[in-house]
Design a protein around this ligand. Structure first.
Ligand code: LLP
Length: 425
């Protein structure tokens, strides 16, 4: 799905703009985002889930332009900090279509959420209940949900699995901590519990774990009704929809998820004697990931120690994902006139550690040389948003392409930006 399309002579284009042209104009490394692709992905979610609220998970990638696109395509927004929230609202996003998440919300997060009037706050721990209720005071009630751990194992990597007991997010069904928090919230007049939330993990490529989680969530809704006489009207099933990082990798079939989740909810609600709740979902990666391409310049090629190293001008400060989760990408060289015999190369970054590998043992043209442009497709999610200041290299700019035109969304972080924070004390 990576939206890097071939041009004659082996060039690559995104959104009708050649990547070579983008590198000339904006320099490298640079992140390129295909606006049309982002919008199309938002629309296909709306089409697949016409009766649900689709909230884009801002942590995947957020900028003022992204906020506008998501708003114009009719999605809501999931944020997890005052920073994401304030950016979204100052860019014009309606706060009532925003949900605030996070396993721990700082006083600053809660203050911003209440001041700006977010639609839902998703409670993740008992400590949050009294704190939030006190902050709301007589200004409420604030609509809240509870994040439940349904006890489902799913997700692409240990660090992004959140559906089973023993990780930091949410409150477990299995030991009654979710039920206990629900009872306490129902006793607080400052809070209005609208429903339950779960997010079982990320980079999930099968529908089945979502169905199992939905069954358990409906079971809990029935228990809430039995214990408290309250029918909760909303169910948020989180995000986590997996995408293919390389051609041929598996991805989640979103249309199948929509269809089967709907059937599952109808059946388990009927069995429990409940009305089907209003569904919400929160895809992040599946909206932004395939719409982005990272573009680097090859600065060095060396054959040593039995390997071919292709070193580029970015690395783990703009993409920590291979180092963190062992993700495998399929980088390509841009602008090759004729295919030469391939070599197996390891694409590395410029950072001062051996783990700074962007793509280990991938096939590249055998004559790869300094000056070549290297494109890393499927780079739209969790790269720019996770970029760091490591080694004071500076975070890359983000360029949007659409209908043959490129424009800068976020400028490159300069050395002056870095140095200005250090006030010498
Ligand atoms: N909703 C909640 C409550 C979440 O915590 C997340 C992601 C999402 C929705 C969106 O998940 P998505 O659809 O994007 O998978 N940095 C990792 C991913 C961490 C995901 C954290 N939560 C990565 O680069 O793979």
């Amino acid at each position: 799905p990576a939206s890097a399309h071939g041009l004659p002579h082996g060039g690559l284009a995104v959104g009708g703009v050649s990547l070579a042209e983008i590198a000339d104009r904006f320099e490298t490394p640079v992140y390129v985002l295909d606006e049309g692709e982002v919008r199309a992905r938002c629309r296909s979610y709306r089409d697949a889930f016409p009766d649900a609220d689709v909230l884009y998970a801002a942590k995947a990638f957020l900028s003022r332009a992204m906020v506008r696109w998501v708003d114009e395509e009719g999605l809501g927004l999931d944020v997890c900090s005052a920073g994401e929230l304030e950016l979204a609202v100052t860019a014009g996003f309606p706060p009532d279509r925003i949900a605030l998440h996070g396993n721990v919300k700082s006083p600053r997060d809660i203050e911003a959420a209440l001041r700006l009037g977010v639609g839902r706050i998703v409670i993740d721990s008992p400590s949050e209940i009294a704190r939030l209720a006190a902050a709301v005071g007589t200004g409420g009630p604030q609509k809240v949900m509870v994040r439940v751990v349904p006890g489902i194992m799913a997700g692409g990597h240990e660090k992004i699995r959140t559906g089973a007991d023993g990780q930091k997010f949410g409150l477990a069904l299995s030991d009654g901590s979710a039920q206990h928090a629900i009872a306490r919230i129902l006793g607080r007049p400052e809070l209005e519990l609208t429903g339950l939330h779960c997010h079982i993990g990320s980079q999930i490529t099968e529908v089945r774990p979502y169905l199992a989680a939905a069954r358990r969530m409906v079971g809990l809704m029935a228990r809430v009704r039995d214990a408290h006489g309250v029918v909760l009207p909303e169910l948020d099933m989180g995000g986590g929809h997996g995408i293919a990082y390389r051609p041929g990798d598996p991805s989640l079939d979103v249309a199948a998820l929509a269809r089967r989740l709907r059937t599952e909810l109808i059946e388990s609600c009927a069995a429990a004697g409940l009305a089907v709740p209003r569904l919400a979902i929160e895809p992040g990666r599946a909206v932004a990931g395939p719409a982005g391409v990272a573009l680097y310049r090859v600065l060095a090629v060396k054959r040593t120690g039995g390997r071919v190293f292709v070193a580029v001008d970015g690395g783990m400060s703009d993409n920590p994902r291979p180092a963190l989760y062992g993700v495998r990408y399929a980088p390509r060289l841009v602008g090759r006139r004729s295919p030469t015999a391939p070599c197996v190369a390891t694409v590395v970054g410029r950072h001062c550690e051996a783990g700074d590998i962007l793509a280990a043992d991938v096939e590249l043209p055998g004559d790869v040389h300094p000056g070549d442009l290297l494109a890393l497709p499927v780079a739209g999610a969790y790269q720019v948003s996770m970029a760091s200041g490591y080694n004071m290299v500076g975070r890359p700019p983000v360029v949007a392409v659409d209908n043959g035109r490129a424009r800068l969304l976020m400028r490159r972080e300069t050395l002056a930006d870095f140095h200005s924070r250090d006030i010498g004390g």
